[in-house]
Ligand binder design. Sequence first.
Ligand SMILES: [Zn+2]
Length: 172
Amino acid sequence: MSYDEKAMRRMKALLKVNEETGCHEWQGAVGGKNDYPSMHYRQRTRRATRVMYALTYGEIPKGMFVCHSCDNPQCVNPDHLFLGNQKRNMRDAVIKGRVKVPGLKGEDHGNAVFTNEEVIRYRKEYQAGRKLASIIAESGFTRSTVQRMLAGRTYSNLPTYPRGDSYMNNRR
Ligand SMILES: [Zn+2]
């Protein structure tokens, strides 16, 4: 058994599956201010979410963060992990109320997850035939957040660009 296979086996022994949410909740050591799942891996103490991500999907590009789609910091289920950059990570944290940014009013900025430029660009690209999945992947947001933005249910102050096959009649 390789070192990585053993590391994976160690991690699996430290998980408790939450049947309701599908989260793999970490029962092992924790570290840092926020008690994130922590483990020894290749001579260092590391975040278990990063180790799990890397062993499942491959190396994490420099500067990228492992984020939770389930918003459960104790979860190491690779299906609930995705890569984000610092900007995205911070914006997600602000949206979810975990980080207070001085000068930002939580409510007002809590929903302001796309910039105006992004909204218009994504809407135009979607109208021109860009795949929904591709926009979801690039933006790092959930399907419902992206769909609501494209359909004009959020950012309703900005123009929409309906597709021939009307978005609203063609939910995917
Ligand atoms: Zn989870």
